[in-house]
Structure formats: C-alpha cells, structure tokens
Design a protein around this ligand. Sequence first.
Ligand code: AMP
Length: 401
Amino acid sequence: MNILVINAGSSSLKYQLMNPDTGDVTAKGLCERIGLDGRLTHKVPATGKKVEKDIPMPTHKEAIEAVMAILVDPVDGVIKSVDEIDAVGHRVLHGGDKFVASCLIDDACKQAIRDCIPLGPLHNPANLMGIEACEKAMPGKPQVAVFDTAFHMTMPPKAYRYAIPTKWYTEEHLRRYGFHGTSHRYVSARAAAMLGKPIEELKLISCHLGNGSSLSAVKDGKCQDTSMGLSPLAGVPMGTRSGDIDACVVQFIMNKYGMTADECLTMLNKKSGVLALSNGVSSDFRDLEAGAAKGDEACRLALDKFCYEVRKYIGAYAAALGGLDCLVFTAGVGENGPANRAAICAGLEFLGVKLDPERNNVRGREVRISTDDSKVQVWVIPTNEELMIAQDTAELVKAAQ
Ligand code: AMP
C-alpha cells in the first residue's frame, strides 16, 4: 500500500508517501510560507534527490495541489498517477474527549474536529484545511484522522481532571488532554518489542523531548498520565514554552503591563522556556550546550532547569505507576542529546536507573543506554509518528473495504 501522510500546520504542510508495512518512505517534503508566497522542498530518499521550487500557495489547497503535481511529475515524481495513492492519513492535533482512536474521515468526523477548534485554536483549523484540500485534490480517496490526544484518553479521572469548578469541566471540557500521543504510542510499543515483553506487563515512562516536550506514564500499554494539559503549554519547560507555572503569573503580568490574556499567553508560548531562561540566546538545545560550554551561566541554567524538571516528572510518574521497568527517550533532544540524558538520569539511581556512559554516547539510533545490571532499562528510540499514522490509516481503510 502507498499511504500519503499529511501534517498540516497554519503556514506549512509536511508530507510523506510511505509503505505502512515496511516503513519505507518513497518521497517526503515540506510546503512552507502558505498564505505568503509558497515554497516546496521535495526529497526522494532512495536517490537522495532534493528539489526546491517557489510555487504560489495562497491556501492549503494550492499546497496540496503542488504536492500532488510533484509526486506524479515525470522527472521528479515517484508515482505515475494519483491512483497509486491508496489513502491519506492526517495528523490532527486535538480530538477533545471525542476520539479515543484514529478514525475514517467523514462529515461527522470533520464536524467533531471543527467542534474541537476552541480547544486547539492554532492547529485544528489548519488540520481541517489539509483534509479539505485533499478532498478537493483527490475526490473519493479514503482519509483517516490520527489525533495527538487519542493515546491519552485512557487516563483515569484523577489524572485528567483539574481541581477547578466542575461546571468548567462538564460544560467547557476543561481537562488534561495531553499531546504527542502518536509518538508516545509508537515508542512505548517499540520499547516493549525491544524488551521482548508484552506491553501489558510493563510500567514505562516515555520522554518526548524536542522543541515541544512531554512525558507519559504508561502501564498495561495504556497512558495513565501525561505532562501536557488542555494545551501543549503545560508540563516541562520547552524551547519557547514556559511549561507549568502558577496561574497568578498571568494575572500579575496582565495587571502590571496592561497585557491582554492572549498577549500574555503568546509570551508564555513563544517567548518563554529555555529561550527565556538563556536570556534570548536560543530555543535550540545545541546552541544552549555551546553557550554553556563557553561559560554562559544563563545557558547553563536553562539546561539545568530543563533536565531538573524532566527528572522530577520521571520521579512523579514512577510513583504514579508504582514502579518502573523502562525509561524511553525520543524526539530531537531525547534522541540526540547524550549530555541532557545523562543529566536527567543523574540522581535516579535510587529508582534503579543506571546509565552506561559509553552506550549513552549515541545519537538518533535505537539503542539501550542503561548498564546490563540496571533494574530499569533505559532506551533511545527514534520516534516515527508518520509510520504510526500510515499504519493506522492502512488498518482502518482495509477494515472498511
Ligand atoms: P524536535 O522538535 O523533535 O524536532 O526537536 C528539535 C530540537 O532537538 C532542536 O531544537 C534541538 O534543540 C534538538 N536537537 C536536534 N539535534 C540535536 C543534537 N544533535 N544535539 C542536541 N540537540 C539536538
């Protein structure tokens, strides 16, 4: 099967054409600057070919048309006709509490995604635009929505409810949802396979640490708790997001600087996190490591704070799970940051976590980085959200045939 995986953002759209059984990627690329001018970058992994083109993209519709055109292009393309695409899988940010799993897209599904716009105002409109652009470009092609929130829908009420007035939950649906669910699901399943145990017998914590970061506590293959909340702002400090803070900070800043709530939230989403702690040096952990190595105290603090908060969540989740068999690191920092992994795990020996410094000196590969006698197995597992989306899509489409 050929599955086209689409990840539509507000001004960008990523795509991969892949085989869901082998994980082989036939082509992948990125449309950028949608709504401004438009730029397409297209890659063919098998040949190493890379094509860059300026193409007008006033909306997502033109972006999808550009993707379709390059996929079937006689010179740069990888398929002869759009008929060779069996189905399309879309990453959708927020499924609210309506979606506990991926689903075939029909009018009711689209309406439910639309209903979740108040919960995911930045992403769900773009996700819908991607879906509707594909409908126009490939009428009748089966499409599947894969939600970032779905994996977390197994959380018990004590984990997902906020201690706020009940009406805010029952009427406004304000609760912890969690994100990066497709990534947490993928690495949890891979970890179980690596340990050679059924996932139902494991207590594990997956640490998705990238520009956005979240941790999940997984038991019996089900998410028990996760660090992001109603929105991706909550949890550990991130590239530009503050992570957990006292809500009174918002009130204080609004009063002091005459900011609106939206302005204040923009600061917490886009100008905070390690970017703010490093006094504006960077949101990129590579820059922070370079800064810290040169003696920049603010960069050092940003890294220390990040690792400290991740370690605290691991401790909390080990307590929530009543033990720990496996700790998994994934995403940009989790896969590529040996120093950060070492700093996070330092002090977790009491839990039975023992890193092997040599094994930990790895980037972007699936490797066990704990010692042979470590009670908790620690793994680096590169995430592959696109493969999960492609597999869910293939499964649902086959079941519907
Ligand atoms: P992601 O959001 O998963 O793409 O992760 C992006 C972040 O991963 C970047 O902002 C970097 O901070 C971090 N990252 C990527 N590669 C490396 C690396 N080789 N060493 C340290 N951090 C890295």
